[in-house]
Design a protein around this ligand. Structure first.
Ligand SMILES: NC(=O)c1ccc[n+]([C@@H]2O[C@H](COP(=O)([O-])OP(=O)(O)OC[C@H]3O[C@@H](n4cnc5c(N)ncnc54)[C@H](O)[C@@H]3O)[C@@H](O)[C@H]2O)c1
Length: 249
């Protein structure tokens, strides 16, 4: 891989401490970007910064905190001089019977998966407009199909899908592009930590498990790099599935 599509560009990636966010930060850095990574987990973020060998900086931000999102974007632009790409990657998940889901679980998930991308986009758009920049949101196959035991997550990713399309339309007369990737299973800490309720009916789970196993975070990062690059100049408002065919049926 010797493309350098992000030479002279600055990318801000949330959830950069692990999984897809880390792989994306490293991929964009390899392609010449200066990356500003954010994560709620300081140790994980520091590891990504170390792996970036000088091309990745950043710090601790909880994307549920609107003021902190605005402060992080300001800090990124202050330190690196501009903002060309926003990657809304941070996200959380839990599985539960709908009636057993606690208000705390529900509110936290919505705050991270929905409010986070909204606050980050509000903070970033003025800077992105100044550079003909773009946003890539990480949605999910869960945003495109119904999922038993995963109602809140599925709702949150449906919101990310519509955030993507609606923002694309609001800015359709500007060069700003807004796209999303909808992966199914990706082998990251998110799925390693996942547990189903004890009495789950696996017949209901089968439709979203698929036939081809999980993607690697690097595969999703490669797609992210394409969408965020000028190669995808004609793409906006697109929800691009990378799911081994899970949503094809
Ligand atoms: N792994 C999958 O199977 C899969 C499938 C479809 C979509 N996704 C989505 O991809 C995105 C990345 O997931 P991943 O699999 O890389 O997960 P991951 O758990 O490996 O990484 C997520 C990162 O987000 C960070 N984070 C969580 N809450 C945060 C907050 N409030 N503020 C800032 N950072 C926070 C975590 O600390 C972690 O480093 C998520 O939005 C997830 O919903 C994942």
């Amino acid at each position: 891989m010797n493309q350098r599509r992000f030479e002279g560009k600055v990318a801000l990636i949330t959830g950069a401490g692990s999984g897809i966010g880390r792989a994306t930060s490293l991929r964009l850095a390899q392609e010449g970007a200066q990356v500003y990574g954010l994560d709620a987990n300081e140790a994980a973020m520091n590891e990504t910064i170390e792996l970036g060998e000088g091309a990745i900086t950043g710090g601790v931000t909880d994307v549920t905190d609107r003021d902190a999102c605005f402060a992080a974007v300001a800090e990124c632009v202050d330190r690196l001089g501009a903002l060309d790409v926003l990657g809304n990657v941070a996200g959380i998940v839990f599985m539960a019977h709908f009636t057993e889901m606690t208000p705390q679980q529900y509110e936290r998930l919505m705050a991270v998966n929905v409010n986070g991308p909204v606050w980050m986009a509000q903070a970033a758009i003025p800077h992105l407009l100044a550079r003909n920049g773009n946003i890539v949101n990480i949605a999910s196959n869960a945003g495109l199909m119904g999922m038993a035991y995963n109602v809140a997550y599925s709702m949150s990713k449906g919101a990310v899908v519509q955030l993507t399309r609606s923002l694309a339309m609001e800015y359709i007369k500007s060069p700003l592009r807004v796209n999303a990737i909808a992966p199914a299973g990706v082998s990251t800490n998110l799925v390693k930590g996942l547990s189903f309720p004890d009495d789950v009916d696996f017949e209901l789970v089968k439709p979203y498990v698929g036939f081809r196993g999980a993607a690697t975070p690097q595969e999703i990062a490669g797609l992210f790099a394409y969408l965020a690059s000028d190669d995808a100049r004609n793409m906006t408002g697109a929800i691009v599935s990378s799911d081994g065919g899970v949503t094809a049926s």
